[in-house]
Design a protein. Structure first.
Length: 140
């Protein structure tokens, strides 16, 4: 009987520890900075949720209101929050004007630190805005 109680306590403690180990992030997607020539093509909005469990980052989200179908969705690394940077990971995206994005990745220690510092962002490009339509930082 004592062994069953100990096992139950160990399992409960492991569950609590695992739940605490998950870090949750979110982001709001909005139009990238544009000039007057792209004003009519760059529209829409969306949101994302991200969970970091150990080194595994899982992202889900949705978007709507694009003027043309999405072509790619990617995670970029920013030198500082709010500034564009290079692509580091590719996401799965609906090739539509409204849809979903998702992805699951094993991050390096450096990428985990960048995520925690707010230096990773998501960008969705579309047919009429191939250099970026929506973007948003992944924040706590």
């Amino acid at each position: 009987m004592r062994s069953k109680k100990c096992t139950a306590l160990v399992l409960a403690a492991a569950f609590v520890f695992a739940a605490q180990a998950e870090e949750k992030f979110k982001g709001r997607l909005y139009p990238v900075p544009i000039d007057q020539s792209l004003r009519a093509q760059v529209t829409g909005n969306g949101s994302v949720a991200a969970v970091l469990d150990g080194h595994k980052l899982s992202i889900t989200g949705s978007f709507d209101g694009l003027k043309s179908p999405a072509t790619v969705a990617q995670i970029h690394q920013s030198p500082v929050t709010g500034v564009r940077g290079p692509v580091v990971l590719d996401l799965t995206v609906s090739k539509a004007m409204n849809g979903n994005i998702s992805g699951s990745f094993d991050l390096t220690d450096e990428q985990m630190e960048l995520l925690r510092k707010g230096r990773l962002y998501i960008q969705i490009s579309s047919e009429k805005a191939p250099d970026g339509n929506l973007w948003g930082w992944i924040l706590r």
